[in-house]
Design a protein around this ligand. Structure first.
Ligand code: TXE
Length: 480
């Protein structure tokens, strides 16, 4: 059985305790590899390595750093097949999705920030009094990059690329549920000849390895993507040390559909935004609000389309949904369907996953689920489910739908479907969401900040995944 290793000081190493954790394949429910159960000793070694690496790396020119990022991006592209297979098997997602989105997006992240560091500018002010002021962008040093399990390599590289492009070094802590692609990526950094200590990857549990990393006194920056509760815990833990932090957390995103929209496009996109990646994307729309005049038709069409989606073997291209990430997570998501029924909700979609091959009978599969007839204040409409479950609710006015949409503690993203241009601007401005997609979903341009309002996160303003976040500014003000 494959044993995943930590990457410290440019080498793949065993955890200092010698202990490993089991890694389950979501589609089979079986252990297929093991990952280091790293402790504070491993984090200490990784931080030392990142501190040593920083001395060399921060002295490199932007062009030298960019060249390494381009080289890494090329290696990711060259290894598209094995990386996509690993991402799919480790996470449960369909292989076609890993090939089309996760891995191409990982190399795009690396190239995008390589280009960006080459064009980074600094502002300067001069006046007629012989005064000059300019701004330096200074890297911090070793940064903690903590990533979740839903888009493992995509989200990790989105942190690594701006972090190291800006001249910092990284200590990555990938999710213990999906360690495989980070491990493979670590091997590619060695193949690329990246100087030792620039990227360190330490695997293990959040409460052990993750906790030791955030508490480490020589780690001044934490970039975290994951659950809101964990984010809150980290924020409290490090507040007294004034660490620079960014948090991209959970969501309960509204998808608001007015009767004047392009109906077919709204329907198709809603299907994707509800169930892509088994609904395990923080940007998925999970509460669908439909204007009353088209509600019955939309509900019936959505249910038909959801029931027509295939669920099963991630390797089979005809499946739109693979398996959920873990047994615990499957139970949590299914628990919300039970709760919905207790709260008076009506489940419209088929429930049983059929025709699973025998080797997948213990996998964590679940059918896409559409639930109606729930009050917008009930738990199922308020709490993040993070699975293939959506609620659908009618509305009669802008005022009413804004009240329901904004009623949750989250504010990550939203989708708005209408062809009324005044309404687009009027409603967007009132939606409490870091991103408002209008007549589209998941369109992402890395130049604009991404992140959430309210309990969905902080750090968006400087650009959570950006060079700005990973550099400290310093004003130099002189008179001549
Ligand atoms: O995330 P955690 P989990 C949501 C989703 C999901 C819930 C919990 O609702 O059901 O969060 O998921 C590390 N110090 N999202 O439990 O625990 C952990 O090891 C330092 C939304 O998987 O937040 C992992 O690497 N690190 C989200 C990372 O934090 C710690 C995507 C995320 O794990 C730590 C995923 C600690 N004390 C889940 N405790 C999104 N916004 O995309 C844990 N970690």
């Amino acid at each position: 059985m494959e044993k995943i290793k930590n990457l410290i000081g440019g080498e793949l190493v065993e955890p200092s305790s010698g202990h490993y954790l089991d890694n389950f394949a979501p589609s089979t429910g079986e252990v297929y590899s093991q990952l280091p159960d790293s402790q504070s000793e491993d984090i200490d070694r990784a931080v030392d390595s990142a501190k040593t690496g920083f001395k060399t790396w921060s002295s490199f020119s932007p062009q030298q750093r960019a060249d390494f990022l381009f080289k890494l991006a090329d290696l990711v592209d060259k290894n598209l097949e094995p990386l996509a297979e690993a991402e799919s098997f480790d996470q449960g997602k369909p292989l076609w999705l890993a090939k089309e989105v996760d891995i191409p997006r990982a190399s795009h992240n690396l190239r995008f920030f390589a280009n960006m560091i080459l064009t980074q500018r600094s502002v300067a002010f001069t006046d007629n009094q012989n005064k000059l002021e300019y701004v330096n962008h200074i890297p911090y040093g070793p940064c903690a990059l903590i990533s979740p399990w839903n888009l493992p390599l995509y989200l990790l590289t989105w942190k690594i690329a701006p972090c190291i492009a800006a001249g910092n070094t990284a200590i990555c802590k990938p999710s213990e549920l999906t360690p495989m692609t980070a491990f493979l990526f670590g091997k590619l950094t060695i193949e690329a000849g990246l100087p030792a200590g620039v990227i360190n990857i330490v695997h293990g549990l959040g409460g052990q390895a993750g906790q030791a990393l955030i508490e480490h006194p020589d780690v001044p920056v934490i970039s975290f993507t994951g659950g809101t509760q964990t984010g809150s815990h980290i924020a409290k833990t490090v507040a007294g040390d004034f660490k620079k932090t960014s948090f991209e957390l959970g969501g309960k995103n509204p998808n608001i559909i007015f009767a004047d929209c392009d109906y077919d496009k709204a329907l198709e996109t809603t299907l994707r935004s509800s169930f892509l990646n088994q609904g395990e994307i923080c940007l998925c729309g999970s509460r669908i609000f439909v204007e009353k005049t088209i509600y019955d038709r939309f509900l019936s069409d959505l249910v038909k389309k959801a029931d027509a989606l295939n669920v099963g073997d991630p390797k089979d291209n005809s499946n739109f949904l693979g398996a959920l990430v873990s047994k615990d997570h499957l139970e949590k998501v299914q628990g919300y369907v039970t709760l919905a029924e207790q709260e008076g909700g009506r489940v419209h979609t088929k429930r049983k996953v059929e025709n699973l091959p025998s080797q997948l009978k213990n996998g964590y599969f679940m059918r896409p689920t559409v639930i109606s007839s729930l009050d917008y204040t009930c738990r199922v409409q308020q709490e993040e489910i993070f699975g293939p479950v959506v609620t659908i609710t009618p509305f009669e006015s802008e005022e009413e739908v804004l009240k329901m949409a904004n009623s949750v503690k989250y504010g990550l993203a939203s989708s708005l479907w209408t062809n009324d241009h005044s309404r687009i601007h009027r409603v967007s401005k009132q939606l409490q969401a870091g991103t408002v997609w209008v007549n589209t979903w998941m369109y992402r341009n890395l130049r604009v900040p991404l992140g959430g309002m309210k309990h969905s996160g902080v750090g968006r303003e400087g650009g959570e995944y950006s060079l700005d976040f990973f550099t400290e500014t310093q004003n130099v003000s002189l008179s001549y």
